[in-house]
Design a protein around this ligand. Structure first.
Ligand code: CMC
Length: 434
């Protein structure tokens, strides 16, 4: 970060009070520079107003870079396409957490350390049994992940780097275990314990689909595709759930509580919950001839319906994750010999929307959620598990963002201000006088 060596500043004048102040512009490594308004209220007597934070940078970060106009996503400088093609999820986790790709020895140690935290305290099995069988997996995950703080008292001191490391490894390792347990619980099958000799995605598939009654062999095509999906979802800079994790973390809350907050934010249909809604929407459309009606609904200003899996706050050209995932969806379905008629509906919907003036004008393109569901469905996951899978992949990103926040000397408790538009001050009226 530099204060631009040159004298890049912005001067503002309030035309009512006449107050004038000059603010520095800070340049990062890439992307738009930011205006440093930390002294804005002190100097101008005003607050800024930016609902949805469309123009606000909340922190400085070295983890992930997105250029929405160019469709670029990089983790620690490495393009997502190269990581998806040439790396694997464990390596990407190491990269996000520590800033560099691991050596062979570092990778082996990291995989060993993470995989030896996969089991959950046995008492957590009982904790699970309190949920209804038809509970949504994300509801269970919010509760169970937050509940980890009740079991791992030796990793709650956020000022202690060792505690933070242990908590980070535990969360990356236990999220698949908890998600698989949530799935097994809803289908009424016994929990399957993790296998530490398996890869990260492979172990998760095993915990979901093995039963004590017969052997289950994980298909390497499926394990590879799931590993890629985790890689594509691993981080996405200051999105809603990462910002939620940072906000919770800024209060000094413990890491398990912060990640549970991230899971809750991810669940919304505008964010990670969209992958579930895409499949529901395509099922509702049903056949290619009905696609036009759905597009018409999405364009209707009097209808709140939106095309799930389309649009993004940052990407205004294309979502590079969607490009990788669309290709993988076709490949995986072919390799597994799965014919999903909804894929034809999705392709038709994408084509019609991309040629439509409404979508072109607003620069709305398919996002990562548009095609990921097809792969997950072909793997055998029910639609209700889709967002839980997103949460597994994103956990490392949340943790990296949380660690960065704790180590950032400029961070303070996140506490936005408001424009108050409620009643002016008035005197209390006793009940018998109202
Ligand atoms: N279908 C129809 N119209 C849309 C859509 C859509 N999916 N997305 C945006 N628009 C319209 C919106 O109505 C608005 O039109 P107008 O200017 O006439 O009012 C315009 O495009 C700009 O939309 P916005 O709401 O100001 O954009 P935003 O940056 O606040 O919202 C979004 C981004 C992702 C929440 C939104 O595009 C959306 O709701 N998409 C569907 C849900 C979805 O797929 N979410 C997953 C996002 S990617 C994965 C992740 O990060 O979790």
């Amino acid at each position: 970060m530099s204060k631009s060596g040159s004298n890049h500043t912005v001067t503002m004048t309030d035309n009512v009070t006449g107050k004038t102040a000059t603010f520095p512009v800070i340049h990062g490594t890439a992307g738009a520079p930011v205006l440093d308004i930390r002294t804005f209220n002190k100097e101008m007597g005003l607050f800024t107003y930016d609902p949805g934070y469309t123009a606000t940078g909340s922190c400085q970060s070295k983890i992930t870079f997105i250029d929405g106009d160019e469709g670029i996503l990089q983790y620690r400088g490495y393009p997502i396409e190269q990581l998806a093609e040439q790396s694997d999820y464990m390596e990407v986790c190491y990269l996000l957490l520590f800033g560099e790709l691991p050596s062979k020895a570092e990778k082996e140690k990291f995989v060993y350390d993470v995989s030896h935290h996969t089991m959950v305290h046995d008492q957590i099995n009982n904790f699970f049994r309190g949920f209804r069988r038809d509970a949504h997996p994300m509801a269970v995950m919010c509760g169970a992940v937050g509940g980890l703080a009740a079991f791992y008292h030796d990793s709650l001191d956020i000022e202690n780097p060792w505690h933070r490391t242990v908590a980070s490894y535990r969360l990356i390792a236990k999220l698949p275990t908890i998600a698989a347990m949530a799935y097994k619980y809803t289908v009424g099958q016994p929990f399957i314990y993790p296998r530490n000799n398996m890869g990260y995605a492979e172990n998760f598939l095993h915990m979901c689909f093995a039963t004590p009654a017969e052997d289950y062999k994980v298909d390497p095509v499926v394990a590879k595709a799931l590993d890629t999906i985790f890689t594509l979802h691993a981080d996405h800079e200051q999105n809603a759930s990462a910002s939620t994790v940072r906000l919770a973390g800024s209060t000094g809350a413990n890491p398990y509580a912060c990640i549970a907050a991230g899971i809750a934010a991810l669940w919304g249909p505008s964010h990670g919950g969209a992958n579930e809604q895409v499949l529901n929407m395509l099922e509702e459309i049903g056949t290619v001839d009905k696609v036009h009606d759905m597009v018409k609904r999405a364009k209707d200003p009097d209808d709140s319906f939106r095309l799930f899996g389309f649009g993004h706050r940052v990407y205004k050209n294309h979502d590079p994750r969607a490009t990788v995932i669309a290709k993988a969806a076709h490949e995986v379905l072919e390799a597994l010999g799965v014919h999903d008629p909804l894929l034809e509906v999705a392709v038709a919907l994408e084509k019609i929307a991309l040629e439509d003036e409404y979508f072109i004008k607003r620069r709305l393109y398919p996002n990562v959620d548009f095609y990921s569901g097809f792969i997950l469905k072909a793997m055998g996951f029910p639609v209700s598990m889709f967002t839980a899978l997103f949460a597994i992949g994103r956990t490392v990103g949340w943790i990296a963002q949380w660690n960065e926040l704790i180590e950032d000397p400029e961070q303070k408790i996140n506490r936005p201000r408001q424009l108050y538009t409620g009643a002016a001050a008035r005197d209390f009226v006793p009940l018998d006088k109202r």
